[in-house]
Design a protein. Structure first.
Length: 503
């Protein structure tokens, strides 16, 4: 392994933070600051592409690992690594960040330097969550995402931004305390914060008192992740945060931060506590189905279009939780794919809403009418992205929901039937207006990558699933029964599905 392979995760993780430090000593020339932030975010994106390019597909376990002793007492390691699940979430983060810089080019005019410093620090923290394999390091990055996002909402948001920022911060911070308590218990009984070491000790039955404490440990992690998803009934902070956040904040909140919750459920709740995950799955699936249906229904009656999209996120992330706790290969593959697809589609929708807000300074649907005539390019992008969000075949949203529903039907037919009704209610509204300027070149440059990604993810899902499949299969080993072992994988199902669509 060469120097770059040994250190690529550290480079990708801390390159934005290094950029933020350099930006802090920059003179206050807004144009130069914007270009520098864009350059750093693009370099980080290019560096992150090294991961899928050199990732060995089909290999179980973590790759590009760095495991260096950091603090001797307590026993904390600088342990980073990725698998086919976390790799694509890292790439999603680095993909959305430069687009957020572009979309904030004109909308952020005050304290520009501080805004982009916060954006770059937030990018490092989000990447760190997906690559950290030491639980102390994971918790550090997890909490580190709260401060920059709360400041972005509270300083650069709209109307009730202080209320929304405080609500977001308190909900997620208080819920994280339960996870911290569970992490400390695991450390005191294993002598390590290392995820791989703890997982191995649990599987071999070497953790004293684990059987008694496992239920509470599972719930400690679950509460923290369920609030972040957010899962019903812990979702009430999300609409306020989205409505009041600036456009870039909404894109990263929906596109990446919510995925930290579903990633945590898959990596830690399922990975460390398989028996508790199995025994608690029925009521978690009930909450997921309620999220799917209620999120879609509440979205339908929203007069504020940004709040509408926020509630569709509750619905779409409910599908992800359903796929995870179906404990089927195809369902969990679909859950990971839906995380990525939702990040693309919903991130694009919030960017489009930000563009219209810059022109009319309102998110009220009643203020718009006949938008297709003055803004044909905008209307085309909005229609395309909306269709990808509601799951039109050959676009990204369809693949994830199809795989999840297939896995839900395999697990239990009633789960699939109830969740499928959420697809019916999940239609999104189009916007209209008479006298608006169409998208400019900067806005089109920001939208084209998302539109292309939505299409490619819809017609060529195996580009992602080939690396997701083995990692999910490895996670499922502790659940696998003879029936599930014989079940088709997502790659086989999508190949058959593409053949049918092609006809």
């Amino acid at each position: 392994m060469n120097y770059i392979d040994r250190n690529i995760i550290t480079i990708v993780t801390f390159l934005p933070f290094a950029g933020a430090l350099l930006l802090s000593i920059f003179p206050r020339r807004d144009r130069d600051i914007r270009w520098f932030a864009l350059g750093i975010s693009l370099v980080t994106l290019l560096a992150s592409l090294h991961l899928p390019w050199h990732y060995v597909r089909g290999l179980e376990g973590f790759q590009f690992e760095q495991n260096v002793p950091w603090i001797s007492h307590p026993n904390i390691h600088y342990h980073l690594g990725i698998d086919g699940i976390s790799m694509w979430l890292v790439v999603l983060t680095t993909f959305l960040t430069p687009l957020c810089v572009l979309i904030s080019w004109k909308s952020v005019n005050n304290q520009v330097k501080e805004f982009f410093i916060l954006m770059l620090i937030l990018e490092t923290a989000m990447i760190g969550v997906f690559v950290a394999l030491d639980l102390f390091l994971f918790y550090f990055f997890w909490e580190a995402t709260l401060i920059p996002m709360a400041l972005i909402i509270g300083i650069y948001g709209h109307g009730r931004r202080i209320y929304a920022a405080v609500k977001f911060f308190l909900y997620t911070m208080i819920a994280s305390v339960f996870m911290l308590a569970a992490i400390i218990w695991l450390y005191t009984h294993t002598g390590s914060f290392d995820f791989v070491t703890i997982q191995s000790a649990i599987q071999s039955g070497q953790v004293e008192g684990f059987s008694t404490a496992a239920k509470w440990l599972f719930l400690g992690f679950f509460v923290a992740f369920a609030v972040k998803v957010p899962l019903f009934p812990l979702h009430t902070w999300l609409p306020d945060a989205h409505v009041e956040a600036p456009t870039a904040g909404s894109v990263l909140l929906a596109g990446v931060l919510l995925k930290m919750g579903t990633y945590g459920l898959l990596r830690f709740n399922v990975g460390l506590f398989p028996e508790q995950a199995r025994s608690n799955a029925p009521w978690i699936i009930v909450l997921a189905i309620i999220s799917i249906i209620s999120g879609a229904l509440v979205a339908m009656v929203q007069p504020n279009v940004k709040k509408l999209i926020a509630y569709t996120s509750v619905s779409h992330l409910g599908f992800v939780v359903l796929g995870i706790f179906s404990f089927t290969q195809i369902g969990m593959d679909g859950a990971v794919y839906q995380m990525l697809g939702h990040g693309i589609s919903t991130g694009a929708l919030f960017m489009l809403l930000g563009m219209i807000y810059e022109r009319r300074h309102t998110y009220e649907i009643s203020e718009y009418g006949g938008i297709a005539t003055p803004m044909p390019v905008y209307a085309t992008f909005f229609t395309f992205i909306m269709l990808s969000s509601v799951g039109l075949p050959i676009l990204n949203g369809f693949v994830g929901e199809f795989l999840i529903l297939s896995g839900a039907f395999q697990a239990r037919q009633i789960y699939g039937i109830l969740a499928a009704t959420g697809v019916i209610w999940s239609a999104c509204y189009l916007l209209w207006n008479k006298s608006l300027q169409d998208m400019d070149a900067r806005e089109r440059v920001a939208m084209w990558p998302l539109a292309i990604a939505a299409l490619v993810m819809g017609v060529a899902p195996n580009l992602w699933l080939h690396s997701i499949d083995p990692s999910v299969s490895f996670a499922l080993k502790q659940f696998t029964s003879g029936l599930q072992a014989a079940a088709p994988s997502a790659t086989h199902v999508t190949q058959a599905l593409m053949q049918v669509i092609g006809r």
